[in-house]
Design a protein around this ligand. Sequence first.
Ligand SMILES: Cc1cc2nc3c(=O)[nH]c(=O)nc-3n(C[C@H](O)[C@H](O)[C@H](O)COP(=O)(O)OP(=O)(O)OC[C@H]3O[C@@H](n4cnc5c(N)ncnc54)[C@H](O)[C@@H]3O)c2cc1C
Length: 443
Amino acid sequence: MEQKQTIENAIIVGGGTAGWLAAAMLSSYCPEINFKVIEPIDSKIIGVGEGSWPSLTKELMALQINPEALGITMKIGVEYLDWGGQEEILSNRYFHPFLLRKPIRRIGISSSHSIEWQNFNHYWTVNHPYDIWKQAASKKKARSLGVHVNTQRLAWALKARALLNENCKLLSATVKKVNVENNNIISVETESGSVVTGDYWIDATGFKKILASNLKIEEQDFSDRIKVDTAITVNVQSEEENNAAWTQALAMPAGWAWKIATKGNISYGYVYSSKYTSDRKARKLLKEISNTKIKPHKIKWKPKIVTKPYQPNCTLVGLSCGFLEPLEAMSSQMMMKNIKITVKLLKQKAKSHQAFEEIQQKANERWLPWVNKAAAYIAFHYAVSKREGKFWQDYRDFANEYEEMLEIAQLAAFRKHEDALFKGAPFSVASWQVVLAGAEAVR
Ligand SMILES: Cc1cc2nc3c(=O)[nH]c(=O)nc-3n(C[C@H](O)[C@H](O)[C@H](O)COP(=O)(O)OP(=O)(O)OC[C@H]3O[C@@H](n4cnc5c(N)ncnc54)[C@H](O)[C@@H]3O)c2cc1C
């Protein structure tokens, strides 16, 4: 069957953060297209308190979503605790701030710490976190900051925003069959027996990949460089807000643990490799950190990413596109990237099918190199640590052979930030330097 040259109806399947963010953005930026979101009545989403990149903050502001109603806290960066593994290092912590755009000139553990803490400490010591948003927003600084957000509340807010647009409708249903011809999705059938047709599709069904699993997709397996594959999480109600302005990432025997505070709630999670520890041991450690008896929720995944998120008439958005691990919150960045490119694709399709295909091809070609650089950066955090234990030692042994990571790390150490390896990469030379400095790998 020939592909239709214009797009009148686009269908988004899945009502998690990815589905509703796609719905809110696409229906706002492509008003000429009608969107339908298929969301199960008993929709279950990956709902952990999460940290995002500034790109999500910018978009929430553009969509005029009120952050206070969401219990959002600002995220000025990530505090890494115990990653060095050397007790003599300045309290064994370092900070990766978002506002650090330019490479550090004089790199060294003490200088980088003082620069960072001086610049960013006042955001939370002087102000109440919720005033920061207002203050920062009024100064247009919020655009450079990320947010901590409860995923479920974010999905609800995005849903409310998307459904304000007349060209976005909800269909409460569960997809049970996907009809495909020549790798093009023609229609889906729901459990209640209705058939939904569409010209373009968004797979936002999370790890289930309901649409994508019917297409000819390939995935790259990252388990050599991304060793964690399991997370256990708990949410604890709390009025504690001291640490609300950044994510804490605490190094652990077989991975790391997060602490993320949103308004009235703290999310704890231990992200670990199932090869190096047991669920029982992990639960014990999480209990100690979180100081709660609440039974944690367990999530398991294979660190794999789809090689081409832009299929002939479908984009894979969110977890359906794959997942590495939560360190450095790459998922929200991937999600945003894929939605933005889809906006471009849908707009272009109305003008020229050839241009649409060109954008699609280019975006697919650039995708994997970009993801590989993100994976290299994530692996780098573990590789430069001097922590003891088999998990950490194995990471270092592997990293000695991981050429792309070594190459970029070397450039970062010598501040060769003009190099093509950093062009269009998800993390700047300054971000690499922060990790190098934090682990006292350079002075
Ligand atoms: C442990 C962990 C920690 C994370 N931490 C972070 C972080 O700090 N920062 C960050 O940016 N990201 C993080 N992420 C990723 C983030 O959670 C996701 O990118 C984000 O929530 C988007 O999820 P999603 O909407 O793709 O999938 P989900 O939330 O799983 O939503 C899937 C939707 O599809 C629907 N669905 C499923 N089957 C069907 C069907 N047959 N028919 C119709 N609909 C269907 C479901 O009901 C649901 O509505 C983390 C992920 C994990 C696993």
